[in-house]
Design a protein around this ligand. Sequence first.
Ligand code: F0G
Length: 482
Amino acid sequence: MTTLKFYGDESIPLEMHKVRIVQKLRLPPVEYRLEAMTAAGNNTFLLQNADVFMDMLTDSGVNAMSDQQVAAMMIADDSYAGSATYTRLEAKLREIFGMYFILPTHQGRACENILAQVLVSPGTVVPMNYHFTTTKAHITLNGGRIEELVADEGLEVISVHPFKGNMDIGKLRAVIEDNGPTQVAFVRMEAGTNLIGGQPFSLQNLADVSQVCREHGILLVMDASLLADNLYFIKEREEDCKDLSIREITRQMADLCDVIYFSARKLGCVRGGAMCMRSEELYRKMRGLVPLFEGFLTYGGMSVREIEALTVGLEETMDMDMINQGPIFIAYMVEELEKRGIPVITPAGGLGCHLNALQFLDHLPQSEYPAGALASALYIASGVRGMERGTLSEQREPDGTEVFANMELLRLALPRRVFTLSQIKYAIDRIQWLWDNRRLVGGLRFIEEPEILRFFFGLLEPTTDWQQQLVAKFRQDFGDSL
Ligand code: F0G
């Protein structure tokens, strides 16, 4: 928090909102948690939410909405075509991003489907700072391939670099030269780079990427799903942007891009998605696919209530008091874990706190999925549900070879405005217990492995009886506590 200082020694994150609607939580006992984890095939995606105490799986579609957003849902204009609700969203997107042509979709990956179908063809390449799972899947499905050009420091787990999501401009030039500009389908910059720990890029880096794209007539596409976090970090960490408003920074970013798309499950705190662009020609090419895959052009698969709330949510994103809540809570959690010597990605990014499973479970080989094992162990130890972001989230090569991820992370997402500080402290406490007992945690192996996006439905089992041992140790240390 930049504007608020504490008198005493302890500086804590402070919310600039109050909670007016609550949802009851249940924390089942550890033995039950082991049963639930086993039934879910050690895959946190397959747990029932009713069995989860703190759902840190994702921030997607589960951010708290504001009173203004909920109120706006009541004025939504229900119509298949020409809804006034959609006109309001279109106007807000034009105002914020300064791009005229807008297409609505039901969520972020639907934008990726349309982009890839229109722009990617066999043999083309899409350079990007780093991939996201669904993005990569759509590009490869259309015969293209990706090149990850994140600057080297982006893959350093422990760092003080303020912008680990930056693209390496030299590598970008080399990829364009090697492939020829016509084979580059587009260049993609992902704000708040998800899979490397929610790390931002700088406005300067985006400007440099944009310059190279314009020199070669290549489209620059920004994935703005995690834009809110990236905006916060640019404002906080980029010297030249200190005096700019969030709205001005947003506009400067948009001016450097040709297309912006986003998952409104993250940006805007609702459930939906949209694409914004400058070129009418491109818009016309993409437009035809919206009624085919999404819905008519004035709702794109979203409910009008969500659209109305999105318009308000986008406006609220222009407020530092709103967009700082996630990053300051994440920074608190990361710093508290760091103090205890627990390996986390630094500096703290957006989206969530990321445990470094390679170091946490350094006795496990990557072939036994350390990040997946840590996700399973943490749920058993605490009822906290995280998400594996490591080798399980990769796809095998066509010949079946395992692709070992650059990083083995357990992502503990902090949906915006959802958790209290005491809940975060509980999670820290249980993570510390697990750290102190980490040698008990063993590996996982597949019992059922889907071919595409295997992390969603894959079923795994422990390689030994380590989970029973973990539960026994829990009982020994915690008595009859939950
Ligand atoms: N791009 C990024 C950077 C994302 O983080 C996501 C989703 C998408 C695209 C796809 O959007 O889910 O609306 O289809 N990330 C979620 C997550 C799933 O949990 O990190 P979607």
